[in-house]
Design a protein around this ligand. Structure first.
Ligand SMILES: Cc1cc2nc3c(=O)[nH]c(=O)nc-3n(C[C@H](O)[C@H](O)[C@H](O)COP(=O)(O)OP(=O)(O)OC[C@H]3O[C@@H](n4cnc5c(N)ncnc54)[C@H](O)[C@@H]3O)c2cc1C
Length: 429
C-alpha cells in the first residue's frame, strides 16, 4: 500500500523524535510520520547513552547547542512538570599541572564569556575524593604513561537526565499533536524520482533533477514530499546507495557499571563537596581520560573510555562490551587513581555506537536532492537534541536562521555541508 505524507522521518532516536516534534509543532497542518525499525522509540544508540550533559564549551556552536537544549530540558522539568530526573552533578575535569597551565588561557577566556567553574587544588582533591595525585616510585604508572592529577576543574552547569523520560516527552507530545509513529518498519532504500516525471523507463536520468520522494520499507513504500533521515549510525547505509557522502562513521563505545559495594566506594560516590546532588561529579581522569558517572539511583559508577586508534569504524546492530576492555584497560588505569576500586568487577555492561562526524565532531544537518539528513552528533546527541531538532525544522521551512530555546538565533547553514562554519572546540574529553 502506498500512502503520501508531507514529511517522513526515518529513525525514532532522540534526533529523529526532536526533529519530528519541532516540525509538527511549527507546521501543525502537515502530516508527519516517523518510521522506526525497532519495536519502540529510543532503543538505538539513544538507549546506550550515559545521558550526561554540560554547558561548558569553548566553541560558540557547542555552547549554543548545549545551553539552549539544557535550558529547554530545565524548562520542561521546572515549569512544565515533565520529570526528566535532571541531576546537577557537575563535571570534574582532572589535569596534570603541566596540562592545566596549558589550558589556563582557554579557561580565562571562558570565564570572560560568563562560564562558571571552580578550581580544586591537589590537597583538596585528595581530601574530598581520596584520589592518588602522585605516582612517584610507581613504575607501573610510569610504564602506562599515566599523567598525575594535580588540579581539578569543577563545572557546575552540568549533570545527567533520564533518557527514557526525554524520549517519552518528544514521542508522546508529537503523537498528541497528531504525528504518527510506525514501529517495526525498516527502511531498505529511498524512493528517488525525477522532479517532473515523464514516464520514461528507468528514470530519473541525470538531466531530470532527481529528488527523494519517500521510502521503501519492509512494510511497503511510503511516499513523502520531504524525507528526513535521522537513522543515527545507520545513516551511511542508506546514503551510500545514492552516492551521498555524509562523513558519519560508527565507533563502538562501552560502559561498565560497578556497584559502590564497599564503604570506601560509597564515600567516594557520595562525596559532599560538589553540587547540590551530594555526590561525586561526572569525573574525567587525566590522560588516558577514563571517565565515570555517578549512577546514584543504582548506587554505582558507570565507567568508560573513548578509545580511538586502532578501534575500527564498524557498524554492528548490537555491539557487545568486551570483558578485557574493562579488566586490562579501564580497571588498570582507574585503580591507579582510585585504589577504592581495587578488586571491583562490573555487575553489568553495555555497548553502543557513536555516530561520529569525522569532519569536526559536530552534528550534520543538511539538505540534498529533497532529502534532509540529521545526524553525526558524535558523543553529544542527548545534550544537543533540542537545538538540533529546531535547526532541522528551520531547514525544513527553508529558513536561514533557527530560533533556539531562549530566543537565540542559529544560522542553519553552519551545520550544513556546503557553507559549514564551525569554531574548533578547545575543551574536550
Ligand atoms: C556508550 C554511549 C554513551 C553516550 N553518552 C552520551 C552522553 O553522556 N551525553 C550525550 O549527549 N550523548 C551521549 N551519547 C551519544 C548519544 O547517545 C547519541 O548522540 C544520540 O543518541 C544519537 O541519537 P540518534 O537519534 O541520532 O541515533 P539513534 O538513537 O541510534 O537513533 C537512530 C534510530 O534509527 C533507527 N534506524 C536505523 N536505521 C533504520 C532504518 N533503515 N529504518 C528504520 N529505522 C532505522 C534505529 O533503530 C534507531 O532507533 C552516547 C552514546 C553512546 C553509544
Amino acid at each position: 500500500m502506498t500512502t503520501e505524507y508531507d514529511v517522513v522521518v526515518v529513525g525514532a532516536g532522540i534526533l529523529g523524535l526532536a526533529t519530528a516534534y519541532h516540525i509538527k509543532r511549527e507546521n501543525p497542518d502537515k502530516e508527519v510520520l516517523v518510521v522506526e525499525k525497532r519495536s519502540a522509540a529510543g532503543q538505538g544508540n539513544t538507549a546506550k547513552s550515559a545521558a550526561m550533559f554540560r554547558c561548558f564549551f569553548y566553541s560558540n556552536i557547542n555552547l549554543l547547542l548545549t545551553s539552549s537544549t539544557v535550558d529547554f530540558y530545565q524548562h520542561l522539568q521546572e515549569e512544565l512538570n515533565v520529570d526528566l530526573k535532571i541531576r546537577w552533578t557537575g563535571y570534574l575535569w582532572l589535569f596534570s599541572r603541566e596540562k592545566y597551565e596549558k589550558i589556563r588561557p582557554v579557561l580565562a577566556e571562558m570565564s570572560k564569556m560568563g562560564l562558571e567553574y571552580k578550581i580544586y587544588e591537589t590537597e583538596e582533591l585528595e581530601n574530598t575524593i581520596g584520589i592518588k595525585t602522585c605516582f612517584e616510585g610507581d613504575e607501573e604508572a610510569k610504564l602506562m604513561g599515566l599523567e598525575e592529577a594535580h588540579v581539578g576543574i569543577f563545572i557546575p552547569k552540568a549533570g545527567s537526565l533520564d533518557v527514557d523520560a526525554l524520549v517519552n516527552f518528544y514521542a508522546s507530545k508529537f503523537v498528541e499533536m497528531g504525528g504518527k509513529i510506525q514501529f517495526s518498519t525498516e527502511v531498505k532504500s529511498l524512493i528517488v524520482e525525477p522532479e517532473h516525471p515523464l514516464g520514461i523507463p528507468g528514470e530519473p536520468y541525470f538531466w531530470q533533477n532527481p529528488i527523494v520522494r519517500g521510502i521503501h520499507t519492509n512494510n511497503g513504500s511510503i511516499r513523502a514530499k520531504t524525507t528526513v533521515l535521522a537513522a543515527g549510525a545507520w545513516i551511511p547505509t542508506l546514503l551510500d546507495q545514492l552516492g551521498i557522502e555524509c562523513y558519519i562513521k560508527p565507533k563502538k563505545r562501552q560502559i561498565f557499571c560497578v556497584k559502590a559495594s564497599t564503604e570506601q566506594l560509597r564515600k567516594l560516590l557520595y562525596a559532599k563537596d560538589f553540587g547540590p546532588e551530594g555526590c561525586i561529579p561526572f569525573t574525567i581522569l587525566p590522560k588516558p581520560s577514563v571517565y565515570f558517572k555517578p549512577a546514584i539511583e543504582e548506587e554505582a559508577f558507570w565507567i568508560s573510555y573513548g578509545d580511538e586508534f586502532p578501534r575500527a569504524f564498524l557498524l554492528e546492530e548490537e555491539p557487545q562490551p568486551e570483558e578485557n576492555f574493562y579488566e586490562y584497560g579501564i580497571y588498570q588505569v582507574l585503580v591507579k587513581y582510585f585504589p577504592q576500586f581495587m578488586g571491583q568487577k562490573p555487575y553489568s555492561a553495555f555497548a553502543g555506537l557513536y555516530a561520529i562526524n569525522t569532519l569536526d565532531g559536530q552534528p550534520l544537518i543538511f539538505k540534498e536532492n529533497g532529502l534532509i539528513v540529521v545526524g553525526g552528533a558524535s558523543g553529544s546527541g542527548i545534550m544537543k537534541a533540542d537545538a538540533i531538532g529546531r535547526i532541522a525544522a528551520a531547514l525544513y521551512r527553508e529558513e536561514k536562521y533557527a530560533e533556539l530555546f531562549g530566543g537565540k538565533k542559529f544560522r542553519v547553514s553552519d551545520l550544513g555541508l556546503k557553507k559549514r562554519r564551525i569554531t574548533p572546540e578547545k575543551f574536550i574529553i
